[in-house]
Design a protein around this ligand. Structure first.
Ligand SMILES: [Zn+2]
Length: 441
């Protein structure tokens, strides 16, 4: 059994003092204590005293706002072998992710308020992590019939997406964008021309070496160009999921320069790995969009640096080990990433000096919260307590067998990463995150 089946050791703390940490937000950093009373941040500053408070010594550690992940597949309902709400939210907590946006391509598809509502209710019953189901744009993720956006929002939907698939008809996409905009729901697109992608497994430039079917960069570029054009035409906001090519970064950059409300996210794997990292025949490295060239990775990072890309999202996509053990062309698409997201991004971007830590916090907190239209977790008096304790001195080796997801399809396996979320505060609850796979003390 995976560690994800064991509940995390949350404890109730009415009055909690985090002492001696370094508070890091998108705006800067300072040495400060944080006092939490009744689930709300009461004070932030040096040398705080609070008689009767439970004190956690966080000297040498970072205190960050809780992370927001716009792109997660929890496979619930329908595929408990790969993941469940329980195991997925456990993995999210271990990665410091306080807000989880879970995609609709489940079985059945989340295109109905009953399904959205049931997910929210179940999540509330066992985890302080906040779940925001992203409902399907169209009924059953296909055809022309839009899902009932208004009812879905009332049931707790945090966004709309057919992710896994593009919205095939530009007219349907345009109508959906207008309705979503009127309701204040973000619409997130998996931008892809399926004709060009042709059911491929890996980037076309390495298809021959890997003996698998190729997906050309044009599949993403054409899809992005089309979806952005529709959004511009309709004057509605659009969020582009998992940009991975130089071309699609340039399209989003151009649209934003024209003042369009187009946003984009990048995944940790597209920021760290290239197609040269794919071992022959290893489907744990098969995802959509596929791993790209080093020049594409550089282009996505350049997009982060100039503000084109404002979110890191995992696209956590678990698949049961037996299915991922197949040959490249037969295995399903996707990689897990909830528990490794911040560690990988920190290792790839901050530890290498490519990005200031404050900017990474922006990508994990403020950027995605702005897209979702939720209050960004903040380390300020009066804010709800959504806090991570992060150790950036800790090196650990990613061992998929010890992660909390029910699946093992992790392309970072065996890699050494810096930074680990070692604790978190969610409202009145405190969690000392046990090392992956370790039993709680
Ligand atoms: Zn996708």
């Amino acid at each position: 059994m995976s560690a994800g089946t064991e509940p995390l050791p949350w404890t109730e703390r009415e009055l909690l003092l985090l002492r001696g940490g370094t508070v890091v937000t998108a705006r800067g950093r300072e040495l400060a204590d944080v006092l939490v009373r009744g689930g709300t941040i009461e004070r932030v500053g040096p040398g705080l005293e609070a008689p009767g408070a439970h004190v956690e010594d966080v000297a040498g550690l970072l205190l960050t706002p809780g992370f927001v992940d716009l792109h997660v597949h929890l496979r619930d309902p329908g595929d408990p072998e790969s993941e469940t709400l329980e195991s997925g939210l456990c993995a999210a907590a271990a990665g410091g992710i306080h807000h989880v946006f879970c995609m609709a391509n489940t079985d059945p598809v989340n295109d109905a308020p009953e399904i959205t509502g049931a997910l929210c209710e179940r999540a509330r019953a066992f985890s302080p992590i906040q779940l925001h189901p992203v409902a399907a744009v169209t009924r059953g993720l296909c055809g022309d019939a839009l899902s009932p956006f208004r009812d879905l929002r009332a049931a707790g939907a945090g966004g709309l997406s057919n992710d896994g698939l593009p919205v095939e008809s530009p007219r349907v996409l345009g109508d959906a964008l207008e309705q979503a905009h009127a309701l204040g729901l973000p619409l997130m697109v998996h931008a892809e021309d399926r004709g060009l992608a042709a059911g491929g497994s890996v980037d076309a430039r390495v298809a021959e070496r890997l003996g698998a079917r190729g997906i050309p960069v044009e599949a993403e570029d054409v899809g992005t160009a089309r979806d952005v054009a529709v959004a511009l035409e309709r004057g509605a906001p659009l969020h582009v999921c998992h940009v991975s090519t130089q071309g699609s970064v340039e399209i989003v950059r151009g649209a934003r320069r024209e003042g369009a409300s187009v946003t984009a996210e990048a995944t940790p794997h597209h920021l760290w790995l290239t197609y040269d990292d794919i071992p022959e025949g290893d489907a744990d490295f098969k995802m959509n969009p596929p791993l790209r060239a080093a020049s594409d990775v550089d282009a996505v990072i350049a997009g982060i640096l100039d503000g084109t890309v404002t979110c890191i999202a995992t696209d956590h996509a678990p698949h049961a080990p037996a299915r991922k053990a197949r040959a490249l062309d037969e295995a399903p698409l996707g990689a897990i990433g909830l528990e490794t997201s911040f560690a990988v991004a920190h290792t790839a971007l901050v530890a290498t000096g490519r990005l200031p830590l404050e900017r990474l916090i922006h990508l994990c907190v403020d950027g995605p919260a702005a897209v979702a239209g939720i209050d960004a977790p903040a380390l300020a008096p009066g804010a709800p307590a959504q806090i991570n304790v992060v150790d950036t001195r800790e090196e650990w080796t990613v061992d998929p067998g010890r992660l909390r997801s029910r699946s093992r399809n992790c392309p970072f396996k065996g890699r050494s990463v810096g930074a680990r979320v070692v604790g978190m505060v969610c409202g009145t609850r405190w969690l000392r995150v046990p090392e992956a796979g370790a039993t709680a003390s």
